[in-house]
Design a protein around this ligand. Structure first.
Ligand code: TYD
Length: 393
């Protein structure tokens, strides 16, 4: 399979490796390089980081950390119940149970390799397997729970390296009428918004509908519906059925999305090369903003120590010189330091009155944050963003 590299983002740490000290010994770095697969149109990282280095019992991300996401999962659970009336549901990457908890009245099973998270849902009496999703695991779950009406996976399939096995295992676990629902960041949106920070160790892939269609064929799955979501800066919710299931009609949304991607040039290498050039320019302009504000002796902090921001900070070499500290609402991140750039993270307790600028690490929650930080904005505080181009908001 022909793979062509189109962007080298340099050396990067494990995004989830929030450090206990600002002088870590032997911090792990890998080369973050992006690849275009000519035949399947899939976009991936060149070097995959060993999964156990990323997904372990210290995993920091809590899906329920944001009100926006809590609401989104609650609404989706309601929609699935109403539309599909499932009697069984499996979630791959069940995190802290933010979604699967709504299905406690049916056969609900979680798969979550990060033990600290799996323990949370086990305590909620949701049968949770603290294992990586593999064909072997799908057989193990099958023998106990049978096949499923719905398999749901949000922000997880893009993390799994072996996609062939992943999709085959999903097909294996679905009822003949079963539906697989995948949610992951949209490659089209990343290209349009120049959000190159969608690429980091965990995101082995950023999917287009085109690539998903191409790579699932051989596993016996077929896309039948696509919904655009605002979450994670622009995601797709993609519905799959078994190829042999002719009772479910293919919605027009599939054709529409494929056409939109084609028109954007997503089937051409050149589009990715242009993206790469724009990313280099974006870095230059973001650094300029920080340098100018530093010269003016402004007090700059970071807002939301996201995984995404790790790519920006490390790629642009924005560290403690520019950002004094990050504020973040996730309890396990507080008191630690950002990976690679070693910026202290403080527990969020409002933005202190001496802060002039805040870099929006969590730009995907801009609306929620702007609503919450009216006081900061009204007293002249400003946010800095790099999406879709570096600027002060
Ligand atoms: P997330 O959106 O999951 O992004 P990523 O996958 O790139 O890590 O993470 C959001 C982070 O931002 C999370 O650590 C919580 C934090 N956050 C705040 O600190 N304040 C806020 O108001 C919001 C919405 C998020």
């Amino acid at each position: 399979m022909k793979k062509i590299s189109f962007l080298n983002l340099g050396k990067h740490p494990i995004t989830n490796n929030f450090l206990k000290t600002n002088k870590p010994k032997n911090e792990f770095f890998y080369n973050l390089k992006l690849i275009y697969h000519k035949e399947t149109k899939l976009v991936s990282l060149d070097n995959f980081v060993p999964p156990k280095k990323m997904f372990n019992d210290k995993y920091a991300h809590r899906a329920s950390a944001s009100i926006t996401m809590q609401e989104a999962y609650k609404n989706l659970a309601y929609k699935i119940k109403k539309k599909f009336k499932p009697k069984s549901i499996l979630e791959i990457g069940s995190n802290d149970g933010v979604f699967i908890k709504y299905f406690s009245n049916i056969n609900n099973v979680g798969v979550e390799p990060c033990k600290n998270l799996a323990d949370l849902t086990s305590k909620m009496k949701i049968e949770t397997y603290d294992k990586f999703w593999t064909f072997q695991l799908s057989n193990k779950i099958l023998s106990k729970h049978g096949k499923f009406d719905i398999i749901y996976s949000a922000n997880t399939i893009s993390h799994i390296h072996n996609l062939n096995e992943t999709f085959k295992a999903i097909e294996n676990s679905l009822n003949s009428n079963g539906i697989f629902i995948l949610e992951d960041p949209s490659l089209l949106k990343s290209l349009q918004k120049l959000s190159y920070d969608q690429f980091y160790d965990e995101h082995a892939y950023v999917f287009s509908i085109t690539a998903l269609k191409n790579i699932t064929k051989q596993s016996g799955l077929e896309v039948f519906n696509v919904e655009e979501l605002k979450t994670h800066g622009g995601s797709n919710r993609v519905y799959f059925k078994k190829v042999n299931n002719k009772t479910i009609k293919i919605s027009n949304t599939v054709k529409k999305h494929l056409l939109k991607e084609k028109n954007f040039g997503m089937n051409k290498l050149q589009t990715y090369q242009i993206f790469a050039k724009k990313v280099l320019k974006s870095r230059k302009n973001l650094i300029k903003i920080f340098q100018k504000l530093k010269k003016e002796k402004k007090n700059i902090i970071g807002y939301g120590a996201t995984y995404k921001s790790s790519t920006v900070l490390n790629f642009c070499k924005i560290d403690k010189k520019f950002i004094k500290y990050f504020l973040d609402t996730t309890p396990t991140k507080a008191g630690k330091f950002t990976p690679g750039t070693h910026i202290p993270i403080k527990k969020y307790n409002g933005i202190p009155s001496n802060v002039d600028y805040a870099f929006l690490g969590a730009w995907n929650f801009k609306d929620e944050i702007f609503k919450k930080e009216k006081k900061f904005i009204n007293r002249g505080g400003r946010f800095i963003t790099h999406v879709p181009s570096p600027k002060i908001l």
